[in-house]
Ligand binder design. Structure first.
Ligand code: PLP
Length: 416
C-alpha cells in the first residue's frame, strides 16, 4: 500500500508556509541506492550515474554522490549542476552543441556519442578523449513481453550496428583507448527481463567489436528504463533478480572472452519516483456533469497525467481508511482541460481544505515544471534521516518569473 511521507500534522504545518509543496524522503532514497549497489556488487566497477534530468535539485544530487553514484547529464546546465558536486560524470546527450562537448571534456566526464557524424565533430571541437562511449540503437521493436515494448526503430537516438563498428574504428585511429557501449531501448519497464535482454544484446555486440577491431571495452552502460509501479496493484521490479539475470548473460557471453567490463546504469525514475510526493490542498469543489475537486497544484507542478495520461495514486490525508465511494476528477487551475491529476478516480468523500498526496512524483515531476498561465514553481522539502524538514528549493516568486522580460511588469521599467 502506498503511504504518505508526511503525517497530516506535518503537512498542515509545512503548508502554512508553502502550498502546494514537494516532499522527498532521504531515508527511502538512500535505502534504494544501497539496494541497487548491493544487487550489482558482483560487478567490480559497477556504478549508477543518476539521470540528472529526472530531478536536478542539488541537495538530492548530494545524497547520490555520498552514496557513490555519478551523474548522467545531457545539457550544459546539467553539467554545471553535476560539477558543483564531486562525482563522476557521464554525458549522454543528443544534438549536442560543440561547447557542451568542450565543457564535458574539461570536467573529465565521459562523452557518450549519439551519432557517427559526432566522431569528426568531436575531433574538430573538444578533441577525442582517451575514454569514449557510443550509443547503440537496435532498430525495430524491442519486445520484453508480456508488459513492455520499446520502439527503438522510431527513436532519434543512437547508431545502427554498422555505424557503431565504423565509429569505434575511427575513434581508435584518432587515439581513443577505452571504450564503452550504451543503449536505452525501453522506458518505465515493469518487467525483470528488460535489463537482461538489453545486456545480452550489448554484451554480444561488445564481443563482436573486440574481436573485429581489437578495442578495449571497459564498460557497458545499460542506461535508464527500469520502471516503478504507479498503480497500487502493480508489482514492483525485483532488482536482485534483474541483476542476477544480467550476471548470467555476463558469465555466458563476456567471461569466456576474457572480458570483464564494468556495468553502469543511468537510472532516474527507479531512483527517485517513489520517494517524492506532491502535496496539495483542495480549494474548491464543483458539481456539474461530473464532480470536480480543484486543488492548488496544477499540471505545471506535475505534468505526467496531462502529458501522458499517467496514473498517479492519490491519498487523502486523514481519510486513508474511509471507503472509496465517490468518483471525482481531480483538477488544477490551468485554462487547459487536460489539467487533471486524476479522471473518474474513486476516492473518499472530499471536503474543501483536505490535503491530497500525489504519489510517485519524485522523478520527472517538478523537473518537468513550466510557467504556463503564469503559474509558479512550488517549494520542495527533504525529510531528513533525523526527521527534520529541510527546504531544498524555495517557491518561485513573481519576481523570478518576470526576471527575463525586457519590461519589468512590477515597475513598468525597461531593462534594456
Ligand atoms: C531519461 C534518461 C535516463 C533515465 O531514464 P529513466 O527512465 O528515468 O530511468 C537515462 N539515460 C538517458 C540518456 C536518458 O535520456
Amino acid at each position: 500500500m502506498k503511504k504518505s511521507i508526511l503525517t497530516k500534522k506535518e503537512a498542515e504545518c509545512l503548508m502554512e508556509e508553502n502550498s502546494p509543496l514537494y516532499i522527498y524522503s532521504e531515508e527511502e532514497i538512500r535505502k534504494n541506492i544501497k539496494r541497487l549497489k548491493q544487487a550489482f556488487s558482483w560487478n567490480k566497477g559497477f556504478r549508477e550515474y543518476f539521470a540528472v534530468k529526472a530531478n536536478p535539485i542539488p541537495d538530492l544530487l548530494e545524497i547520490f554522490a555520498q552514496e557513490g553514484c555519478g551523474f548522467d547529464c545531457s545539457s550544459d546546465t546539467e553539467l554545471t549542476l553535476a560539477s558543483c558536486i564531486n562525482a563522476p560524470i557521464m554525458f549522454s546527450s543528443n544534438v549536442t552543441p560543440a561547447e557542451e562537448f568542450i565543457h564535458c571534456k574539461e570536467l573529465g566526464g565521459i562523452i557518450n556519442l549519439d551519432d557517427l557524424s559526432h566522431v569528426d565533430f568531436l575531433a574538430k571541437t573538444a578533441g577525442i578523449p582517451e575514454t569514449i562511449c557510443c550509443r547503440y540503437n537496435s532498430g525495430g521493436n524491442f519486445d520484453v513481453s508480456p508488459n513492455c515494448m520499446g520502439t527503438p526503430g522510431d527513436a532519434k537516438y543512437g547508431m545502427t550496428k554498422p555505424q557503431i563498428f565504423e565509429a569505434f574504428e575511427k575513434l581508435k585511429k584518432l587515439g581513443a583507448k577505452n571504450f564503452g557501449l550504451h543503449a536505452f531501448l525501453a522506458s518505465n519497464t515493469l518487467t525483470n527481463y528488460y535489463y537482461p535482454k538489453l545486456a545480452r544484446e550489448l554484451f554480444t555486440l561488445a564481443v563482436q567489436l573486440k574481436n573485429k577491431l581489437d578495442v578495449n571495452i571497459t564498460f557497458i552502460n545499460l542506461s535508464g528504463g527500469i520502471g516503478v509501479p504507479y498503480l497500487p496493484d502493480e508489482e514492483e521490479n525485483d532488482i536482485f533478480l534483474i541483476s542476477e539475470l544480467v550476471k548470467k548473460e555476463y558469465d555466458e557471453i563476456l567471461v569466456p572472452e576474457n572480458m570483464e567490463p564494468a556495468i553502469y546504469t543511468e537510472l532516474g525514475r527507479y531512483m527517485l519516483a517513489p520517494y517524492g510526493q506532491l502535496v496539495t490542498k483542495v480549494l474548491h469543489k464543483k458539481d456539474i456533469y461530473k464532480q470536480y475537486v480543484g486543488c492548488d497544484a496544477c499540471a505545471v507542478n506535475l505534468m505526467r497525467p496531462a502529458m501522458y495520461g499517467a496514473y498517479h495514486h492519490i491519498i487523502v490525508l486523514g481519510k486513508e481508511n474511509m471507503p472509496l465511494d465517490h468518483k471525482y476528477d481531480v483538477t488544477g487551475s490551468l485554462c487547459e482541460n487536460n489539467d487533471k491529476f486524476a479522471v473518474d478516480r474513486m476516492l473518499p468523500q472530499i471536503d474543501i481544505g483536505d490535503i491530497l498526496v500525489i504519489c510517485d512524483a519524485g522523478a520527472h515531476g517538478s523537473a518537468m515544471g513550466y510557467n504556463y498561465n503564469g503559474k509558479l514553481y512550488c517549494a520542495e522539502y527533504l525529510k531528513t534521516i533525523d526527521g527534520k524538514f529541510k527546504l531544498i528549493k524555495r517557491a518561485q516568486t513573481p519576481k523570478d518569473y518576470f526576471a527575463t522580460f525586457r519590461i519589468d511588469p512590477e515597475t513598468g521599467e525597461e531593462r534594456w
